[in-house]
Ligand binder design. Structure first.
Ligand SMILES: C[S@@+](CC[C@H](N)C(=O)[O-])C[C@H]1O[C@@H](n2cnc3c(N)ncnc32)[C@H](O)[C@@H]1O
Length: 172
């Protein structure tokens, strides 16, 4: 945003912290997934409270375009650790994937305090996250591909939360 052009890094983060939304996002990181940087960048654009990396600590930062410096990124080595943390914070764990029991994101009443969890490029969400989630949501598709990439799905899901809870609420 242009308003931050001459601000110091700490001042920008402090201002963002004062306005962050109530949703968190999490992505599973068991293999090498190039989507994660892009997901972090979009989380910054939509001002997610925090980004959570579940699994391997290392992730490819290239797609983040340095936005990770302005985003609180927390690492959870296992799904168990992540679930314990989310429950402790009183956050609804919402899985985003195309499972037989998924319900449409388009009509689901996304709770305000939630963490949206995305899976890996190949396997998708692990069974452990699927089991821990209060619901798993699918994004309706119309073409021939079985799924889109996690970064695209994450952008759609974050925007669904914004439309439901905070559109037009940002005060500068
Ligand atoms: C390439 S998909 C994984 C494969 C998927 N589990 C399958 O059955 O083919 C990677 C991630 O993107 C997200 N995703 C992609 N397309 C989606 C859709 N239509 N609805 C919900 N999530 C989607 C999910 O978070 C998923 O775990």
């Amino acid at each position: 945003m242009d308003k931050y052009r001459y601000w110091k890094h700490e001042a920008i983060v402090a201002d963002l912290d004062a306005h962050r939304h109530d949703f968190h996002i999490a992505i599973e990181n068991w293999q090498h997934d190039l989507n994660i940087g892009t997901v972090v960048r979009t989380a910054n654009a939509f001002l997610a409270k925090e980004v959570h990396i579940i699994g391997r600590r290392r992730w490819n930062r290239r797609g983040a375009m340095v936005t990770d410096r302005y985003q609180h990124v927390r690492h959870h080595p296992t799904v168990e650790d992540f679930v314990e943390w989310a429950q402790g914070e009183g956050l609804a764990i919402i899985g985003i994937d195309i499972f037989p029991d998924s319900v449409p994101l388009e009509t689901y009443e996304l709770p305000r305090n939630c963490v949206l969890v995305f899976g890996q490029e190949g396997p998708g969400l692990t069974p452990e996250v699927h089991d821990a989630a209060v619901a798993t949501l699918s994004i309706e598709q119309y073409g021939s591909t079985r799924s889109m990439n996690a970064a695209s799905a994450a952008a759609i899901a974050m925007h669904a939360w914004i439309r439901r809870h905070n559109f037009g609420q940002r005060v500068s």
